[in-house]
Ligand binder design. Structure first.
Ligand code: A3P
Length: 290
């Protein structure tokens, strides 16, 4: 914890109006010019939508449910985080043998164009805005790589205005939703994964062109549960120096509907009004409780 206190918080800047860490902005050409390969798999999401969960599911499917193999390294080393400089994402990806699985939080308009040119398969995971906001708020309190969120009331305004890292939730989920009509994108929902994990895991398996036995699928369901992943040092970011888990653990609650414990009645009303406007031009819809 002392060490965490010594890490200076990161600075923020913008690329095309989207807030990103300053180092990413300064290195933007390197990110933008990243060369994807046709057999790359990309896992994309808005931060806190269930990225790590999806990554672990994908890794276990790729390894035919081999638990030991999936514990070979922390998740951020198994799947380079493309734009994240503190993990040297681009360099890691370039050094990785194919087939590669990569992670990004970039909004659609900022994704390096070679992913489109090479027609890479992409798995996108989305989560309802209210739970996503609450999860992001707690994450920003515990992660020095992100700006201090201030009070919850302040953060509510920041999130609604889209002035958070990786930009507006609305633009993100809508942009990726639209793109799936013209590109091989499997669009997953956190809420559906909670409701019926086996069905969603089977979808991922089919998308990856794999065929695993029922018992292997069951094993993957069990090993990607919140309880197991919370106790797995290869998925819970427990050794990440930028995160102070005593302020809020990375594996925080893992539920649908936690926003009800956080939103005031007034915030909920304002949120719903704003939400209607933002989502009027999309067929995309979410469950905010199960
Ligand atoms: P909460 O903060 O609501 O608990 P990401 O990986 O995109 O950063 O998302 C993190 C969120 O996903 C956190 O949400 C975390 O608890 C939740 N999560 C991680 N693994 C999960 C799992 N196996 N099942 C359900 N939720 C999970």
């Amino acid at each position: 914890e002392l060490e965490w206190a010594l890490i200076p918080p990161r600075e923020v800047s913008q690329v095309d109006g989207v807030f990103l860490e300053k180092n990413m902005c300064n290195n933007w050409d390197k990110i933008w010019n990243f060369q994807a390969k046709p057999d790359d798999l990309l896992i994309a999401s808005y931060p806190k939508a269930g990225t790590t969960w999806t990554q672990e599911i994908v890794d276990l499917i790729q390894n035919n449910g081999d638990i030991e193999n999936s514990r070979r390294a922390p998740i951020h080393l198994r799947h380079p985080f493309l734009e994240w400089n503190s993990f040297s994402g681009i360099d890691e990806a370039n050094a990785m043998p194919s087939p590669r699985t990569l992670k990004t939080h970039l909004p659609i308009q900022l994704l390096p164009p070679s992913f489109w040119e090479k027609k890479c398969k992409i798995i996108y995971v989305a989560r309802n805005a209210k739970d996503n906001m609450v999860s992001y708020y707690y994450f920003q309190t515990m992660n020095k790589g992100l700006p201090d969120p201030g009070s919850w009331d302040e953060y509510f305004e920041t999130f609604m205005s889209g002035k958070v890292m990786w930009g507006s939730w609305f633009d993100h989920v809508k942009g990726w939703w639209k793109k799936k009509d013209s590109h091989p994108i499997l669009y997953l929902f956190y809420e559906e994964m909670m409701k019926d994990p086996k069905r969603e895991i089977r979808k991922v398996m089919e998308f990856l062109g794999k065929n695993l036995k029922e018992e292997v699928l069951d094993k993957i369901v069990n090993n990607t549960s919140f309880a197991v992943m919370k106790n797995n040092p290869m998925t819970n970011y427990i050794n990440d120096i930028e995160m102070n888990h005593s302020l809020s653990p990375f594996m925080r609650k893992g539920v649908v509907g936690d926003w009800k414990n956080q939103f005031t009645e007034d915030q909920n009303k304002r949120f719903n009004e704003d939400y209607e406007k933002h989502m009027a031009d999309t067929s995309l819809s979410f469950f905010e409780e199960l």
